[in-house]
Design a protein around this ligand. Structure first.
Ligand code: AMP
Ligand code: MG
Length: 518
């Protein structure tokens, strides 16, 4: 059955009922639309008729069910901080259905915070307003930076309070995702020894995400290989923008290679490779620098689950699976080199460039410089020297020298980093090598700088700004939320009127911890 609104189907219903539980969202007492992503709706061909904000509020709090939708909550397991939990599932989410977008791909629409489900365990099935606005802004910012992610379609308040440390306004988040299949979905069936369901899941997930793979006995390995490749690129992209997911559990790892489940995630301000924001990540399991390792660990869990499908040659198949997981390191290194080299102005990197990137990063880290802005400053140094003439090196070096002495560079000044880099041995040594490497490309320096600025965001959803957005919204004022939506749409473009949103936090503004908020 299709709806006039979305042509909504629910392909999960073609799977057996071990995969999901029928579950109706809890109607909200006073549904109110807070945000509607019109551009996304248009891109995905979701709006076929005009609907009022009131109708959208009803649909996107789950108070009215979109015609054609059969809401379900999906089953999955997961390794949470390394510990296996055999039954998790959507404890506060309802999958309304899926649709085919104009690009020919199928996407899910899911409500999050829409009430108790059969998987709620001790939870209330609700979301507070803060995490809803945070996921809205961060997921759209990721998309604007070209990083694969679930998307924000709507946010709506319920008019009710949810009880966390204090009562908070309740809200529902609507996301659009290429699927909601997680590594933990595979683990769910593997843990139960339900190989029939596991095989069905594999066929379903492969058809959704990798339709080019032939559905023959090589599928488990080919699927693993495809997931490994996408994860390697995804994590390299996270690293390149200083993104810390915070809860990289296997239930928060989508097999479709996109970012999912924005809980205590954060973008780093000052660069610290061991940075952890999440209050619950006491051991630093998901610290910034550990994300590639943890992604690989999660992929090993997927491999283990897929191994349950093989009856013969188990040792041989196990070795093949292990090899696929091991390939992550090499794929990740290559993806990281490509992304990070572009950030420092190297268009076609060779493996030796990794050392230069690492040197730059250690300079940034040792000076506790702002991760995001440091790359913009680097590009700025090339703008005024639009030449490939080797003789201009000295002149450029002199210009860099002036920029260096303009005063910033210690921790307390890092919010001023728009303007300068600290002058010290680390900088001089790096600058020399970097400048020669960049010049070797025989491109005008301004063109290189422009390319750098097209991959180095100026605006990211900084923690201290998100906190201000949430605290104002909790008081009923959504103007900062709207401003941030607008700014984050074009993260690379300078916006003089919004300069302060690009700046690093002052020591007083700095956010030390983030919370799941569930
Ligand atoms: P998350 O930390 O959001 O990835 O969630 C981990 C697990 O806890 C998932 O199974 C969620 O569905 C469940 N969960 C999180 N918050 C709630 C809540 N408020 N009520 C019920 N279940 C929840
Ligand atoms: Mg989750």
């Amino acid at each position: 059955m299709t709806s006039k609104f979305f042509n909504l189907e629910n392909s999960y219903l073609s799977l057996s009922n071990q995969f999901y539980a029928h579950s109706a969202p809890t109607p909200a007492s006073q549904p109110k639309l807070l945000a509607w992503n019109e551009a996304l709706a248009k891109d995905f061909g979701l709006l076929q008729s005009n609907f009022s904000d009131k109708e959208k509020a009803l649909y996107f709090t789950g108070s009215d069910i979109i015609p054609g939708s059969t809401p379900v909550s999906l089953a999955y397991a997961g390794h949470q901080f390394g510990r296996f939990v055999a039954t998790l599932g959507d404890g506060r989410a309802h999958l309304l259905g899926d649709f085919i977008s104009p690009d020919g791909k199928r996407y899910d629409i899911q409500l999050k915070g829409s009430g108790i489900t059969p998987f709620s365990r001790n939870g209330d099935g609700k979301s507070a307003l803060g995490p809803v606005l945070r996921e809205y802004l961060v997921s759209e910012a990721m998309h604007a930076m070209g990083i694969p992610t679930t998307r924000a379609l709507a946010a709506a308040s319920t008019g009710e309070f949810v009880f966390r440390d204090t009562p908070k306004p309740g809200a529902v988040f609507t996301r659009v995702a290429p699927s909601h299949i997680r590594v933990g979905t595979f683990e769910y069936f593997a843990a139960r020894g339900d190989t029939d369901s596991l095989q069905k899941l594999l066929l379903f997930a492969a058809a959704r995400h990798f339709p080019e793979l032939p559905a023959n006995p090589t599928l488990p390995l080919a699927f693993l290989q495809a997931v490994v490749r996408q994860q390697a690129d995804l994590i390299a992209q996270w690293m390149s923008v200083g993104f810390i997911h915070g809860v990289m559990n296997t239930d928060n790892t989508a097999v479709g290679g996109f970012t999912i489940d924005f809980g205590p995630c954060a973008f780093m301000d000052e660069y610290n490779s061991n940075k952890v924001f999440s209050f619950i990540d006491k051991q630093g399991r998901y610290a910034y620098s550990r994300q590639p390792l943890m992604a690989q660990w999660n992929l090993a869990r997927l491999a283990q689950a897929l191994l349950c499908l093989s009856q013969e040659n188990t040792n041989e198949v196990a070795t093949l699976c292990e090899q696929e997981v091991q390939k992550f390191s090499e794929l990740y290194e290559a993806a990281w080199l490509k992304r990070m080299a572009a950030k420092i102005g190297i268009m076609s990197p060779i493996s030796e460039d990794a050392a230069l990137i690492k040197q730059w990063l250690s300079f940034v880290e040792n000076g506790s410089l702002d991760f995001t802005l440091s790359f913009r400053v680097l590009a700025n140094m090339l703008f005024s020297n639009n030449t490939t003439d080797g003789a201009a090196i000295a002149e450029t070096a002199a210009t860099i020298g002036t920029l260096e002495t303009s005063g910033a560079g210690n921790k307390n000044d890092s919010h001023d980093l728009c303007y300068s880099l600290p002058q010290n041995n680390g900088w001089h040594d790096f600058r020399q090598k970097w400048y020669h490497r960049v010049l070797k490309q025989n491109l005008p320096l301004a063109a290189i700088a422009e390319k750098m600025n097209s991959v180095n965001p100026l605006y990211i959803p900084r923690n201290h700004i998100l906190e201000a957005v949430i605290s104002e919204a909790t008081e009923g004022n959504f103007s900062l939320f709207q401003t941030m939506q607008e700014i984050l749409l074009t993260p690379y473009n300078e916006k003089p009127q919004y300069l302060k949103f690009s700046q690093a936090p002052t020591p007083q503004q700095r956010v030390l911890n983030t919370f799941c908020g569930t």
